[in-house]
Design a binder for this molecule. Structure first.
Ligand SMILES: Cc1cc2nc3c(=O)[nH]c(=O)nc-3n(C[C@H](O)[C@H](O)[C@H](O)COP(=O)(O)OP(=O)(O)OC[C@H]3O[C@@H](n4cnc5c(N)ncnc54)[C@H](O)[C@@H]3O)c2cc1C
Length: 417
């Protein structure tokens, strides 16, 4: 008797699609697995990721702690990380001979510093497992026929399978959006996350290139406070603190059409009260010291001078002669400088789309639609996004691994487990 191999289709040859296919094949080696990719190559984002080095994951192994790095999807990922988390990612790559290294800020890269190492490893795994990749195959329609999924390809061909995984990446310009809605799935608004702020004609423009290591920033009126390195650029502001704010406040910043104010505390470790005390000490201990001499090692000299001049303090003023009013202005510019943002700039290192398939319609134990049997999802097409630091790839590995294992489960393995 000839036993027909179970056919599994994965749409999308990115990080999530590859991991889904690999996990499915590892679970069910006899399955007939195909990745349909619309482009001429696969893993294009992996190639350019992390400035060409691919920040594969992050050095955070506690699911609860890890989930806090996701503005959307945090609750659902918390349980998913018990299934597949950064430790599993690192071990998986190590087993394939890819050593990783952790940088001081927790980002994890291949030791080679080359994203190609990750691509080669994933491609080799696919080859060894006998998974087929079909390029130039854009899926333009998904229709349920009886208990099967019929996929219409742009080439005019059709493919049918009982289990299909959508690993399409950002749905922003996806032609499949309408089909997903027709199938009853809700799509959360698709908007950018992880971007730098534009500040046309800002008063710090000529200080472009300067950075502080520990700033605290908040977008006005309702942003969450974020801390971390802040970089002044010729266009405006960038750096981890800004990128975090762009992710956490993505929805309200889009609603404001990217016109809003940002409040900056250049001395993140000093609260306004702490600064008042610090100024008192300076007045008492260094009465003859000129204000223009930078008393804070945390901020660059040129930035301090600019903050003093924006506070309209005369060059020769000493701490003993600083008026109450000017002292207040200086404190304010140091701990709550308000700047007007108008527009955003794509961060070259990493950008993602926030929004996508509503997570309430997904069973996270299998990454399967709760509306339709045999329809799975993985990666960025879901309403999941992380801050910069390897969290987005981790979400792709985790959701891909769960989807793949569930797809690979045969009826016999279901009854035996
Ligand atoms: C410049 C840049 C750098 C980044 N760097 C990092 C980093 O260092 N670390 C990190 O964690 N994250 C990084 N990210 C984010 C990360 O790349 C994404 O989160 C991740 O690639 C998502 O994987 P995915 O498989 O879901 O989607 P994708 O990688 O976008 O893959 C989706 C695939 O599906 C295909 N596809 C789409 N529609 C169809 C269709 N209808 N038919 C057939 N195929 C289709 C696409 O062509 C694509 O190949 C970066 C992003 C960018 C843009």
């Amino acid at each position: 008797m000839v036993v027909e191999r179970e056919k599994l289709i994965i749409i999308g040859g990115g990080a999530a699609g590859f991991f889904t296919a690999i996990s499915a094949a590892e679970k069910n080696p006899s399955a007939d697995i195909t990745i349909l990719e619309r482009g001429t190559t696969v893993l294009r984002k992996v190639k350019v990721s992390g400035g060409g080095r691919c920040n594969v994951t992050h050095n955070c192994f506690d699911p609860m702690e890890l989930s806090k790095h996701y503005p959307r999807g945090s609750r659902e990922l918390r349980s998913a990380f018990h299934h597949w988390q950064p430790k599993d990612t690192i071990e998986w790559f190590e087993k394939k001979g890819i050593k990783t290294k952790t940088e001081r800020d927790g980002r994890i890269f291949p030791v080679s510093n080359q994203s190609q190492t990750i691509i080669d490893c994933l491609k080799q795994s696919i080859r060894k497992l006998g998974i087929s990749i079909q390029l130039n195959q854009r899926v333009c329609d998904i229709v349920k026929e009886n208990d099967k999924w019929k996929l219409h390809l742009a080439s005019g061909n059709t493919v049918t399978a009982k289990k299909v995984c959508l690993a399409l990446g950002s749905l922003k310009e996806s032609k499949i959006l309408d089909q997903l809605r027709k199938l009853g799935h809700t799509i959360h608004p698709l908007i950018p996350s992880l971007f730098a702020f534009n500040l046309p004609n800002h008063p710090l423009k000529d200080l472009s290139g300067l950075s502080v290591q520990n700033a605290r920033i908040q977008t006005i009126p309702k942003g969450k406070t974020q801390s971390g390195p802040l970089l002044i650029t010729h266009r405006g502001l960038s750096g981890p603190a800004i990128l975090k704010a762009s992710a956490w406040d993505a929805k309200q910043l889009a609603e404001a059409n990217y016109k809003f104010e940002v409040s900056i505390n250049w001395l993140g470790s000093h609260s306004p009260q702490n600064l008042t005390d610090h100024f008192k000490i300076l007045r008492m201990e260094h009465p003859t010291l000129r204000i223009t001499q930078n008393p804070f090692t945390e901020i660059p000299k040129r930035l301090w001078s600019r903050i003093v001049s924006l506070s309209q303090i005369e060059k020769d003023t000493t701490w003993a002669h600083l008026s109450r009013e000017k002292s207040f202005d200086l404190q304010n510019n140091l701990s709550a400088m308000r700047l007007q943002v108008d527009g955003k700039t794509t961060n070259k290192d990493e950008f993602v789309t926030c929004g996508g398939i509503c997570l309430r319609e997904i069973d996270f134990r299998k990454m399967e639609s709760t509306l339709h049997e045999g329809l799975f999802f993985a990666g960025e097409c879901l309403n999941i996004d992380g801050i910069t630091g390897g969290f987005n790839f981790q979400a792709a590995w985790t959701t891909g691994s769960i989807a793949g294992q569930a797809m690979g489960k045969t009826i016999s393995s279901e009854t035996s487990s």
